[in-house]
Design a protein around this ligand. Structure first.
Ligand code: EPZ
Length: 431
């Protein structure tokens, strides 16, 4: 099994280029099925989640041509089936975006219940409620969601909970429903806006994405488009945290600084210098950081996907910090691993009480999920001595060339695929 071997202690310096947003890409790739015309999508991150989704799409007859590593041309004119196989979909939660897309276009979809990162209970009731409000019949049968409709009709839908996935799914289906749909209490994340922009570029009529009321006038047909995905807010935030934790000086390029404001504000509050440019941010940090309190919230609040990285950073800050997770109910599993590196963190319910320690010490640790895995890598970059991070397949679901980008900033990190390679890497890392 692949691992990262890391020798910590080197401040990260230099420049790093951020890729396309994984979570926007998953929605946009799925939405491309909604037209028979060719669609070209640029800035698609080459990560496991996007690869699995594209394989699943190919399995129902969608032709995908890889123009280059980050550009795909999709032809969905010959969809053979609206049934997605379990094999792909157990692997990624975003499988369920195929329901909104297929239901909107073909008025039927059968998609296995989603898999993905295990970060707590992840209900789908708001998705189903939205589809039903649009006139679909939705059943759970043999582990799959089966949605069918004779016609979809627009409706006024109030989401009981702010949900990125439900907002995206309902927005897709409603784009091709007859009449007007209003989604109240909608999610406002940058990737919700990116999907709306993509659908509009295909001829949809969506207004208000990025606010909590989205208004959609259904259209009969969508047409082809050429679209570039926004930069990844969470990948950028992860490199910002890595720069701060290692007391480095890094320019994070190809970002939308507005999307990073809540992360920037917290870093500044605890003593980092953050400079914003048009499409880059520079993070410089050369002193022990101050403590703070952080609560994860829907956008524009502090993202749950940055919570583990922030906790790792505060683990070596002065005094006591408090991190409260308000989105998912099981997102502190990595704290046990961090404790093995010398962190002093107590978790009570959805709150982590962090007593800052002077430093972490290298250890063998296992990534429990995508973002926690990235956070443990940051801890290893700070730690004294060598760490081995196992189960990096989670990390590779959402970070492209994570080890290479970190190595480009001076980190002592190598990806190894066997015990033999691990032994060899030890020699290389301590050189
Ligand atoms: C998206 O997940 C992201 N995934 C997650 O990214 C991210 O952590 C999350 O949004 C929150 O920002 C993708 O975009 C593919 P939600 P999603 O629906 O859509 C509850 C990453 O690391 N809820 O906004 O599944 C739910 O239980 C990840 O890249 C309901 O109660 O999240 C949770 O408590 C992992 N009923 C909260 O809402 C529903 O029908 C937010 O979930 C749906 C959700």
């Amino acid at each position: 099994m692949e691992k990262y071997a890391i020798v910590g202690g080197t401040p990260l310096t230099g420049q790093v280029e951020i890729g396309g947003a994984k979570n926007a890409a998953l929605a946009i790739l799925a939405a491309a099925v909604m037209t028979d015309d060719p669609v070209t999508i640029e800035n698609v991150p080459d990560v496991r989640d996007t690869r699995v989704l594209m394989q699943a799409m190919e399995s129902i007859g969608i032709k995908i041509e890889h123009i280059d590593r980050h550009t795909v041309k999709m032809d969905s004119s010959k969809v053979s089936d609206c049934v997605i196989d379990d094999e792909y979909m157990k692997k990624i939660r975003a499988s369920y975006y195929m329901i909104g897309a297929l239901l909107g276009k073909y008025k039927r979809a059968e998609v296995p219940l989603p898999g993905g990162c295990n970060i707590g209970i992840r209900a789908i009731d708001q998705h189903l409620k939205g589809f039903r409000a649009l006139g679909a019949e939705v059943r759970i049968e043999h582990g799959s969601i089966v949605a069918t409709a004779t016609d979809l009709r627009g409706n006024h839908i109030f989401m009981d909970k702010v949900s990125v996935g439900a907002t995206i799914n309902v927005m897709m289906a409603a784009s091709m429903a007859a009449g007007k749909t209003i989604i109240e209490n909608a999610a406002k994340e940058p990737h919700v806006v990116d999907l709306a922009n993509f659908l509009n570029s295909m001829g949809a009529n969506i207004k208000g994405a990025g606010t909590d009321v989205i208004r959609i006038k259904g259209v009969e047909k969508l047409h082809g488009s050429n679209y570039a995905i926004i930069p990844d807010q969470i990948e950028a935030g992860t490199f910002m945290m890595a720069a701060a934790a290692t007391k480095g000086d890094v320019v994070v390029k190809n970002v939308i600084p507005k999307h990073l404001e809540c992360i920037t504000a917290k870093l500044q509050e605890i003593g980092c210098l953050v400079e914003e440019y048009d499409d880059a941010v520079r993070i410089k940090c050369d002193k022990t950081l101050a403590n703070t309190q952080v609560k994860t919230l829907p956008y524009p609040g502090f993202p749950t996907d940055m919570q583990p990285q922030m906790t790792v950073l505060l683990g070596t800050a002065q005094g006591t910090s408090i991190v409260t997770e308000s989105i998912f109910d099981n997102r502190f599993k990595y704290v046990d691993e961090l404790a093995r590196m010398g962190a002093n963190i107590k978790v009570e319910g959805n709150t982590a009480i962090i007593s800052g320690v002077d430093k972490y010490s290298g250890a063998s640790i296992t990534a429990p999920d995508l973002r926690a895995g990235a956070a443990l890598v940051i801890a290893a970059l700070v730690a004294d001595g060598e760490s081995v991070v196992d189960d990096i397949t989670y990390i590779e679901r959402g970070y492209e060339d994570f080890d290479q980008k970190l190595a480009g900033l001076g980190a002592n990190i190598v990806r190894v695929a066997s015990e033999r390679e691990l032994k060899m890497s030890r020699l290389k890392l301590v050189e």
